[in-house]
Design a protein around this ligand. Structure first.
Ligand code: DAK
Length: 255
């Protein structure tokens, strides 16, 4: 367990909390390193929920005090490392859910977009305010934001640096839905509902969607049918179909 990043199992779901409330959970090098270490060992969890500690923030961005010390070379290294950690999060085999419980600004918004889905509390605020600081998004914001909300909206959000509240975040596709109650509980419930399905099939769905983003349809469909065929090499496919035909609940083993 790190100083700023902790994880706990809730059933089949691993809940990872970035907990540095004095700086509204801002991402410095140590936070990124601790997050990378947690991502490297998710055990047999079937879904991961990522959230922020404290009442106010998911993550209020990259650490501005730390960034203020960078030169061009160290800024490039910091961005490359941050991008690599977010890439690992995005490529995690199991589904990931960002439970956004307050400010998700700059690197925090980018972190939420590296997750498969985002649930927003009523107090969630998203945005890419980097241009107010004289920099551009450095952890993938100019790229993943386009994929989530489209080119025109991404341009508007990056150029204006304006904040986006929870309802609007849902309307533009930045979040899946607004949660009235506890957003982490709701994210865990979503993770548990996913965990009830065939784990290999869920993981291959993720692969099919992620690996083929932006590919021509023909090539993507070739990849999809290869992954579909792969399912037939698993015990879970046999169990899932036998359970349906036997009118009973499937018991998946993840193989
Ligand atoms: N970094 C460091 N400290 C932060 C922080 C941050 N991003 N956000 C908040 N804090 C600290 C505040 O300094 C304050 O510390 P103390 O003064 O108490 O010591 C404490 O958290 C509480 O914050 P506030 O007092 O400001 O709280 P408020 O409720 O008044 O305001 C706020 C909340 C979220 C609106 C405000 O804190 C705020 O505007 N924060 C900054 C948000 C922001 O601009 N985030 C984007 C950061 S830029 C790159 C790599 C990465 C990136 C860019 C380039 N390369 C290397 C190329 C990414 C950039 C970003 O993420």
């Amino acid at each position: 367990m790190g100083e700023f990043v902790r994880s706990e199992r809730r059933g089949a779901v691993l809940v990872v909390t970035i907990d540095r409330p004095k700086a509204l959970n801002a991402l410095n090098l140590q936070v990124l390193q601790e997050l990378e270490a947690v991502l490297a060992d998710v055990g047999d969890a079937r879904a991961l929920v990522l959230t922020g500690g404290g009442e106010k923030a998911f993550v209020a961005g990259a650490d501005i005090a730390a960034m203020a010390e960078l030169d061009a070379l160290t800024a490039h290294r910091f961005a490359a490392y941050g991008q690599s950690v977010l890439d690992k999060l995005e490529a995690l085999p199991i589904p990931t859910i960002a439970a956004v419980n307050g400010f998700a600004l700059g690197g925090g918004c980018e972190l939420s977009m590296a997750c498969d889905m985002t649930l927003a509390s009523a107090t969630a605020v998203f945005g890419q305010p980097e241009v107010k600081l004289g920099v551009i998004p450095g952890f993938g914001g100019t790229q993943r934001l386009v994929r989530r909300v489209g080119t025109q909206r991404a341009r508007e959000l990056c150029f204006t640096a304006r904040n986006v509240k929870a309802e609007e975040a849902v309307a533009i596709g930045l979040a899946l839905r607004v949660v009235a109650g506890n957003v982490v509980d709701e994210a865990v419930a979503l993770g548990e509902s996913i965990a009830a399905n065939g784990p290999v099939a869920v993981q291959l769905c993720k692969r099919a969607i992620l690996d083929n983003d932006g590919q021509p349809l023909g090539a993507a469909l070739v990849a999809e049918r290869q992954l579909f065929a792969l399912c037939f090499a698993t015990a879970d496919q046999k169990e899932g179909m036998a359970a349906f035909l036997g009118k009973r609940k499937a018991s998946f083993v993840g193989k």
